[in-house]
Unconditional design. Sequence first.
Length: 326
Amino acid sequence: MAEPQSNARLRADAGAPTSGVIHVRTRLTVDFTVIANALAQRRGSAVTVGVAAYIASLPDGASVSIATLCDHFTEGEILISRALRELEAAGYLERRRERGPGGLIRTRTYFYDVPGRGLPSPPPPTPPHRRRPAAEPVPAQTPRPEAAPGTRPAAPTQAGPVPRPEPAQGLTPPTAPEAGDAPDTAPPPQLAEDDPQAVAILASLRIRDRRLILSRREVAELAPAVSQWLAQGTGPEEITEFLTTGLPDRFRCRPARILGFRLRDLPVAAPTQAATPPVLPWQTCDGGCERAFRAAEPGRCRDCPPDDVTPADPAITHDDHLRAAC
């Protein structure tokens, strides 16, 4: 039989499309990143896709904090934080709190090319190897006996009993935490109940500047400093004006740190004003001249003689007294 041959005509070249984008492909061999179409064509914010593409292009160990991303992009802290939250909700980004070798807790960021593929739990850090002193004898161990098939081998035994140190009287030996126990965390500080005015001043800062949104922990930490300012005689309006004037255009840290730095130095106490003497009421002279004068109690004016003085000659008038005094 003859070889099969197709008699169908070849499809004619349609040429370039009449509308839409036309791709000019270039084969890249270095400095490129592979991104899934599900991420590149994700509906929603373009900032989210741009941040995801930038994080995917970075090498392992590069910093992807909000401050670092704000230095790279022109968008502010609010848009970058919103993009990271959207990536975390979609499963592309994961933040884990891990304990380092020195016992410090740090946040590690994991980025997934395909969401839904979680990483296994990291193994616990191995404790540092403790060197045995040269003078300390090494306890000898007896060889393990051969275990019968189907039985569990016995643990190795030492040649002699190992003395166990006894704790001193009145002291209890420290107990090591279990491997699965969570570290003790300090409870969050409570708001100052004794000075609600300081809490109200800190909570109303967002009215002047919408960026000054403080959490309950931050308000509890700053309220004692505001109370000290109030005790120095500074009014609420003066404190609010001092905390909200001259702030930077973009925060590189939490606003509570800036407010705490400004509240660190206490102002000079305002001087107390001297008490003004009370105004004495008006009194009418009882000596016959009926003059009005100020005095605490009714009586005679200073020009009229008191009652125990012998009355002068009635022929001498009050005008004569004044003429003689001049």
